[in-house]
Structure formats: C-alpha cells, structure tokens
Design a protein around this ligand. Sequence first.
Ligand code: NAD
Length: 330
Amino acid sequence: MQVGVFSTKGYDREFLGPRGGEIQWVFHDFRLSAETAELARGCKAVCAFVNDNLDAACLQNLAASGVKLVALRCAGFNNLDLAAADHLGMNVTRVPAYSPHAVAEHAVALLLCLNRKIHRAYNRVREHNFALDGLVGFDLNGKTAGILGTGKIGRLAAGLLRGFGMRVMAYDPFPGNEWASAQGVEYRSFQDVLSGSDVISLHMPLTPETKHIVDGDALGRVKHGAFLINTSRGKLIDTHALIESLKAGRLGGVALDVYEEEEELFFEDRSEIVLQDDELTRLLTFPNVLITAHQAFLTREALAGIAEVTVENLLRFQSGKPFIEGTKLS
Ligand code: NAD
C-alpha cells in the first residue's frame, strides 16, 4: 500500500521510514492542501501533520484521487473538516496521546527559561558579558499557577508545577475531581483562574468555543505581571490583544510554542526571507516574550509513539481490521 506523507521533515523519515513492512512511503516536503492533494494519486492513505490544510476542498480532491484514509500524525484535528470527511465517507485517524510528557515538560521549560531569562543570559555569557542587571526572576515556589484545560497534558503540567511548590488552580468544563483532590489542585471558574494566577498555562483544544478564549477581556482580568504560556494552539489567543497587553505592561512575560498565524511560517527555515507577518515581528521585539516554533512534541519518545500508532493504524486499515481504540475520528 502506498501512503503519501505530507509536510515531511528529516525526523519523520527517520521514525516512519524503517517501519511498516510492506507500506511504501511517498514522502513530500510540502504541505497538504486542496492544491497539493492531487499528488496523493495512487495512494490509498495519506499521513498529515498539524499545519496541513484538510478543508472540504482538500478532502474532496483526496477522495477523487482514490485516498480512503487520512492518518493524522498529531493529536489536534482543528485543521481538518470532520463534517466533510464524514460526508465523503473518508476514514480519519489521529494519535490522541503520544507523549503528553513532551508537551508538559516543554511548557515548564519555557516558563523556567522566560522567568530566569536563560535565553538572554546565554547570549550575554557567550559575549563575555557577565553582568546580571535585568536578569531578575521570581521563585516559583509559593506562587500560583493556573491550568486551563486538565486533559492529558494539563494534568502533567499541573503535577510538574506542584513539584516546584506552586499552588495550582485549574479550569476545565469537564473537571477531574478525583485527580484534582489527589494532586492538591483546586478547580475554579475561568475568571478566577485568570485573575488569581501568577502563571497561566493553556492546555485546551482549539474548537469554535475556545478560539480567542484569551482575548482582550480575558487579558484585562489577569494579575499584573502574570506570565502566560501557550503550548496548545495559537488561535486560543487573540494576538492583537496580546500585543496591546504587552505594550501596556500588564503581562510580565509570554512564552509561546504556537502562534495564531503559524501555518505559513513554522517548520521552515525562513531566515533568508523578509518576515511579512507584522504581529509576529512585533512579538519578537518584546524582551519578555519567548517563542519556539511548535516544537513541544519534539522528543524521541513522542516521535516513536506517533510512528507506532500511525503505522499500526495503516496496517490495520490495509488488512481490514478495526483501528486502535480511541484513534478513529471519522
Ligand atoms: P486532551 O483532550 O487530553 O485535554 C484537553 C482538555 O481541555 C480536556 O480536559 C477538555 O475538557 C478541556 N477543555 C475543553 N474546552 C475547554 C475550555 N473551554 N476551557 C478549559 N478546558 C477546556 O488534550 P491534550 O492531549 O492534553 O492536548 C492539549 C492541547 O495541546 C491541545 O490543544 C493540543 O492540540 C495541544 N498539543 C500541542 C502540541 C505541541 O507540540 N505544541 C503537541 C500535542 C498537543
């Protein structure tokens, strides 16, 4: 069976390539979209990633090219029109949990780096500038963290922050009360988490309800000097409002692994090209903003987990067996 893999990077080839026995991988470096779907002709399945654009037109073109399965090698599926997939009878799978540790640990890494200004200190010391002015941080111990979304990743992040001696508050429309009481985490309203936290970390999915959940109103409620961490999805935050809040000096620091308009930018080397995105450019000018380019998932364990589930589902599909429980979306 031929499988078209889109948005392929070296690490995808490394982790997918040797697996799958009789699967013939057709690796494409470019993104999957309505325009590139035609290149899946001859493939029974395609394997897509977070910034591929699987809208209705793309899915229609895939179906017309003979594709019967979209295997997402990620957890989030906000980039896929599920109703259109259902309508077309297209099978869709994802990898709901590969290494939630990878993402939770990256959220904490961003917080530590931003708070203790490691990124700035690293550059200074390399230039033999051993001065400490401007590098003052704060103890996490005794501060309050607010976790928005207590699914797989949010719970792990809460546990790590509890390990620093932080008080942890959380909001989730589907609270896990047993977990929370075992971990010493307190569920509060969305507003209370915003206004009562020194560090706010986003761990909810992107849905029509959560788009811009952190907007001007929400940012107006945060504690003066609070840190905001987003390793979930860029569109959870209204970037324009975020910039206004940073300019007003309300937020103490912002760490992002995801960005609202990342689709056209992230995962590529654009260092030789003039950046056209004015909001990202502005964000990069703040001394208290730290951005990584959607790398929270990038650990060996996560890549191996993604490859294992993706390949197993492709093999099951080929032999007519049911997909791994909990991985089928359509
Ligand atoms: P999950 O499905 O296990 O948990 C999500 C939680 O969010 C659930 O408990 C759900 O009830 C809750 N939720 C839903 N709506 C909410 C709302 N309005 N407010 C607060 N909570 C809400 O998901 P997960 O695996 O923990 O993933 C969390 C996020 O991390 C997702 O957005 C996912 O796309 C993202 N992610 C990012 C990376 C990366 O590399 N940066 C990698 C994997 C996942």
